[in-house]
Ligand binder design. Structure first.
Ligand SMILES: [Zn+2]
Length: 149
């Protein structure tokens, strides 16, 4: 006689879905594929410009809001799978951007907050939800294309 029930998420290891899985097999055009799917399936409030550039040491990328657009800069020295990881992360910042983050960015720029305090706000619950959304877009729409290539 059953005394309870159990349930589980679908049993596919998340590591098998990570960009890391495709390490060494991806060209930089796959970054465009990821960006295209993020734009289509989870567009932020404003358009997003994604560019390669030089970032500070130990910073893979960053996202800023400039008036009515977001600019994501990703370090040009990264391997493709790391670029994709970074793009998913930074896109989540654009997707989850809110007034509180605007204020935090202003306060941080004015020297009122330290980097840890700013990071707490920038990676709060809104970011987590946005990041999960970006991750689902990657898993549902991008991974099948990469696997078929
Ligand atoms: Zn971040």
């Amino acid at each position: 006689m059953a005394t309870g029930s159990w349930t589980q998420t679908r049993g596919r290891a998340s590591s098998s879905l990570s960009p890391r899985r495709f390490h060494g097999r991806l060209g930089y055009e796959s970054v465009g594929l990821v960006a295209e799917n993020l734009r289509l399936h989870c567009p932020p409030a404003y358009p997003v410009l994604v560019r390669a550039g030089k970032t500070a040491p130990n910073i893979d990328g960053f996202c800023v809001r400039r008036d009515r657009k977001f600019v994501i800069t990703i370090d040009y020295g990264l391997q493709v799978d790391c670029v994709i990881n970074c793009l998913l992360h930074e896109w989540a910042h654009a997707l989850g951007w809110n007034y509180r983050l605007d204020k935090a960015a202003d306060d941080f720029a004015a020297g009122l907050w330290d980097a840890n305090e700013f990071d707490e706000v920038a990676h709060g619950p809104e970011f987590g939800i946005a990041y999960a959304t970006c991750w689902r877009v990657f898993v549902r729409w991008v991974v099948p294309v990469l696997e078929a290539a």
